[in-house]
Design a binder for this molecule. Structure first.
Ligand SMILES: C[S@@+](CC[C@H](N)C(=O)[O-])C[C@H]1O[C@@H](n2cnc3c(N)ncnc32)[C@H](O)[C@@H]1O
Length: 269
């Protein structure tokens, strides 16, 4: 069985969708789509699609002629993607599959999106070769990968390290610890892509109702259950530490914390 380095259990998927997608993944999807030209005749694939926020934003923006395909290794993520799109029959096709073995025909897609998935693939070149296989020549791959942790997640990691354990605390930085950004252009070349552009996007993470949603941010992470096991007093101490560390980001009732991401756009040769 393929190991999923970002595996959320069913309950955490609901928190991911309600909290993290609203706070960060949807704004990132919108910022990415602002930077890319897509048309309704594009044939679109969203890999490591999670609950499908990139696909949903594309559908809202251009209503493509062809169904948008989304693939994720986690069946619970795909179940949520199906659930939140059931009112748009025929618009999406969702697949549970590993990036290294896509259940899709060769040479089909003109745009492939991979939002915050690359850092979890066990072998980027194998993943990129498989993505290239399903693309048309001249198609574009658009991938974003966090460029370092924001102060919010540094505070979360520090506090979990103090109250739970350094091992669990470190896990909260995993999504932001991708080491191969400087090698990705070369890896894309090896996998059959060219004309690679690399830019930085800054996107705000907006944490509404911090009293309740900081806890949901913790529990919507794959290591969240280990924090929950430490008990409610510990959870509340961590929430308080994070709120104190991020007080300078208070805007009205919300916390608004900037987050840096790499965006690579590459053309299938
Ligand atoms: C941080 S989430 C991002 C999800 C989505 N793109 C979004 O923006 O909300 C990373 C996703 O990568 C998926 N993933 C991890 N390894 C994978 C693999 N080998 N093949 C396909 N999906 C994978 C996880 O299940 C998870 O849904």
């Amino acid at each position: 069985m393929v190991k999923n380095a970002f595996h959320l259990k069913e309950t955490a998927v609901a928190l991911y969708e309600d909290q993290k997608v609203a706070a960060m993944f949807r704004p990132l999807a919108c910022a990415t789509l602002d930077a890319v030209e897509i048309t309704e005749t594009d044939v679109i694939l969203d890999v490591a699609c999670g609950t499908g926020i990139v696909s949903r934003e594309i559908h809202a923006k251009i209503s493509p002629t062809f169904p948008i395909h989304g693939v994720d290794l986690n069946a619970d993520m795909i179940a949520m993607a199906r659930h939140v799109t059931h009112d748009r029959p025929g618009a999406f096709e969702w697949h549970v599959a590993d990036i290294e073995n896509l259940p899709l025909p060769t040479g089909q897609f003109t745009k492939v999106f991979c939002q915050q998935g690359m850092q979890y693939f066990p072998n980027e070149i194998t993943a990129l070769i498989e993505i290239r296989r399903v693309m048309q020549a001249g198609g574009q791959l658009i991938t974003t990968i966090w460029g370092g942790a924001s102060d919010f997640f540094i505070a979360m990691s520090d506090s979990v390290s103090k109250h739970v354990s350094p091992e669990v605390g470190k896990r909260f930085l995993t999504p932001f610890s991708y080491k191969n950004a400087d090698k990705l252009t070369e890896m894309l070349g090896t996998a059959g892509f060219g004309a690679v552009t690399r830019t930085i996007l800054m996107v705000d993470r907006t944490i509404r109702n911090p009293d309740t949603s900081i806890k949901n941010e913790i529990l919507g992470h794959p290591a969240g259950l280990q924090v929950l096991d430490a008990g409610e007093t510990v959870v509340q101490a961590i929430v308080q530490d994070i709120a104190n560390a991020c007080a300078k980001y208070q805007v009205g009732e919300n916390l608004v914390v900037p987050q840096r991401t790499h965006m690579f756009i590459a053309t299938a040769t």
